[in-house]
Design a protein around this ligand. Structure first.
Ligand SMILES: Nc1ncnc2c1ncn2[C@@H]1O[C@H](COP(=O)(O)OP(=O)(O)O)[C@@H](O)[C@H]1O
Ligand SMILES: [Mg+2]
Length: 316
């Protein structure tokens, strides 16, 4: 198995907020690894702890307990970040610089000499789609253009690990697509990528592995293929003329998707449960209108993980 590039080991972070120093839990014991050459997606609704995890990993905030390491080096040591490109959630770009000047500054800070910078900078500006506006002052750029400038700055030093906090936010569909392509190209060039998103489809399309966070905890993690196909026997069942008494019984074994007139549309998980639900409905005199198997996607997984914790999912 390839080497661990990122390691989070029972990471806990409690923020103390306000004058009364009220504790707010940002991370409650998060553990996962990212291995060489992988693309790992950190997903979860707002407030799940994605940014907290990323900040601890980059040494931007100190964990309350547990540890974060990059290539075995503790995150608080600056040398852990030597080969890391980082795109923060809200990239701060000095307002009086142009994207070209800002990216040049970042290249200088990461130790590139003048000739390396002059060869590399036009290429990253081109690749992140900001070359056409590279000489405008940053304060005149849109959110999406700032996002692209931040991404160019993260890429300029040719890092081996890219850590991107919500890289698609603020971008239009074409921009999202371009960022997705950049992430793929980086991986093809042998780099390791950890990125966060609350948009499930971006993650599903891109990642080798996902870590789903909720309330500062890991609720599900694993290879996207395994997770998506695990127990993939979800069936959408439409039943007609179900009486009130058997309806109640059926809902103990399934999830109500919608009701249309005398039709009841249920989501049933697992083959045995499906057989039991159908037998029960038919036994009570209902009619089976349709049973459509559905491929489980990350969204389903996410919703079910949230339902298991007894809360309503808020993927947005
Ligand atoms: N600097 C901070 N001070 C106090 N609480 C914070 C701070 N940053 C994050 N939190 C809290 O920690 C939790 C996790 O937040 P965050 O890591 O930003 O989540 P996400 O990036 O998944 O949206 C939230 O409840 C948030 O309010
Ligand atoms: Mg965040």
């Amino acid at each position: 198995m390839s080497a661990k590039v990122v390691e989070l080991d029972n990471l806990k972070k409690t923020y103390l907020v306000g004058f009364m120093r009220k504790p707010v839990e940002g991370a409650r014991g998060i553990s996962f690894d990212v291995r060489e050459g992988e693309i790992v997606g950190l997903i979860g609704p707002n407030g799940a702890g994605k940014t907290t995890t990323i900040k601890c990993l980059l040494g931007l905030c100190a964990p309350t307990a547990g540890a974060a390491r990059i290539r075995g080096i503790d995150a608080h040591e600056p040398r852990a970040r030597e080969r890391v490109g980082f795109l923060p959630e809200n990239p701060y770009v000095y307002p009086y610089l142009t994207p070209r000047e800002f990216v040049d500054l970042c290249g200088r800070l990461s130790g590139m000499n003048a000739s390396a910078r002059s060869a590399r900078i036009p290429r990253v500006l081109e690749r992140t789609g900001i070359a056409w506006a590279a000489d405008r002052p940053v304060h005149r750029l849109s959110k999406g253009m700032l996002q692209r400038t931040g991404l160019a700055a993260a890429l300029v030093g040719e890092p081996d690990l890219l850590v991107l906090d919500e890289p698609m936010s603020g971008l239009d569909p074409l921009g999202r697509r371009e960022v997705r392509d950049i992430i793929f190209e980086e991986r093809a060039a042998g780099r390791t990528v950890l990125f966060s998103s609350h948009v499930l489809s971006d993650v599903e399309a891109l990642c080798d592995r996902v870590v789903i966070l909720r309330g500062g905890e890991v609720v599900v993690s694993g290879a996207v293929n395994d997770l998506v196909h695990r127990g993939a026997t979800i069936t959408e069942l439409t039943l007609r003329n179900v009486d009130a008494k058997s309806r109640e019984g059926l809902l103990e074994q399934s999830r109500l998707l919608r009701e249309m007139g005398s039709d009841l549309v249920l989501e049933v998980e697992g083959e045995e449960v499906l057989a039991a639900v159908i037998a029960r409905a038919l036994g009570a005199g209902a009619t089976l209108v349709s049973a459509v198997p559905r491929k489980d996607n990350l969204e389903d997984l996410f919703v079910r993980a949230a339902l298991r914790t007894g809360e309503e999912a808020r993927p947005d």
